[in-house]
Design a binder for this molecule. Structure first.
Ligand code: NAP
Length: 316
């Protein structure tokens, strides 16, 4: 792979970066200040044949257009919303991603967030640390997770793994996807609105597309209601964030747990002041084990491409 010029868009994983540096001709995009990126790309375009991006910076149309020799985009993520797939199709650029290896971690997080939110684990932790247990007495009662109806928006790899885990907690499962899955007995709803009206905990696990942008809107949030819990482990723009905040403040929605946000890493400060939310910094796949497996998939895909072998996890 020494001859392969690879553009890495962000410092996403030290192991991946070291291996790319060792095996390829590596270009680090972030080392060039934003104002000089265009010049940097233009200067190195003759050498760059691959882009490795992630859920934060992928390969947008501008980057793709600046790289006439680009052959492959190997994303260090399963979500491809930061890759201009239409442009890649037009140009015949191959696209790979990292499905399956991160499914368990993302599903674990969805369940962890659901329990943390209903049982108020983070708030209870703050109560103990502040000395309030001794000073003010026992912590308030919370709501149970076991047995609550879990609604899953996007019953794909991660959604199914969430369902399997939630079943073990005795939770009835229902879901909405564009297509009904004939292999499961979970209750299917034709719309997200119907789903929201029939579950206690709504877990968002679909990809970000034009169709799913703000799929969690005013109507869906109101339907989920004052006792409902929203858990977003998909992508931030699935949720109309200002609407979510108003609903939480006004008590129109019970609680929310968010791993992803509309404008990461900027998070509306109002959320910091709310006790009925649990916030994590986009860590769905962020374990040593999974990130190593994702890095190995990126490297394996690039190697397969160079050797003209079948790609390990092709998307396009
Ligand atoms: P997947 O296997 O492709 O599953 C996606 C599911 O969403 C499918 O069931 C699909 O079914 C459904 N879907 C697609 N478009 C939809 C729409 N318009 N309305 C309703 N449902 C729709 O993907 P996955 O591996 O489970 O990953 C799902 C997403 O999770 C990724 O795209 C990524 O954005 C996110 N993710 C986040 C983290 C994190 O760190 N928080 C980590 C990993 C992944 P139909 O095609 O039948 O609609």
């Amino acid at each position: 792979m020494e001859s392969l010029g690879v553009l890495l868009t962000l410092p996403m994983n030290p192991y991946l970066e070291a291996e790319l540096h060792r095996r390829c001709h590596l270009f680090r995009l972030w080392e060039s200040p934003p104002a000089h990126r265009k010049d940097f790309l233009q200067a190195n375009a003759p050498s760059i044949r691959a882009v490795v991006g992630n859920a934060t910076v992928g390969a947008d149309a501008e980057t793709i257009d600046a790289l006439p020799r680009l052959e492959i985009v190997a994303s260090y993520s399963v979500g491809l919303d930061k890759v201009d797939l239409a442009r890649c199709r037009e140009r015949g650029i191959r696209v790979t991603y990292t499905p399956d290896v991160l499914t368990d971690d993302a599903a674990d997080l969805a369940i962890g967030l659901s329990i943390a939110t209903l049982r108020r684990l983070c708030e209870a932790d703050r109560y103990v640390r502040a000395g309030s247990w001794k000073a003010k007495g026992d912590y308030k009662l919370t709501s149970r997770f076991s047995g609550k109806t879990v609604g899953i928006l996007g019953l794909g790899r991660i959604g199914l793994a969430v369902a399997k885990r939630a079943e073990a907690f005795g939770c009835p499962i229902c879901y909405h996807s564009r297509t009904k899955n004939p292999n499961v007995n979970y209750k299917y709803f034709h719309s997200v609105l119907e789903l929201a009206g029939n579950c206690d905990v709504l877990i968002v696990a679909c990809p970000l597309t034009k169709e799913t942008h703000h799929i969690i809107n005013h109507e869906v949030i109101n339907t989920l209601g004052p006792k409902g819990v929203l858990v977003n482990i998909g992508r931030g723009p699935h949720v109309d964030e200002p609407e979510l905040i108003s609903a939480l403040v006004e008590g129109r929605l019970g609680a929310a747990a968010l791993d992803v946000y509309e404008h990461e890493p900027d998070i509306p400060e109002e959320l910091f002041r709310l006790e009925n939310v649990v916030l994590t910094p986009h860590v769905g796949s962020a374990t040593w084990e999974t990130r190593k497996a994702m890095a190995d998939l990126v490297l394996g895909n690039l190697e397969a491409h160079v050797l003209n072998k079948p790609l390990l996890t092709p998307f396009l």
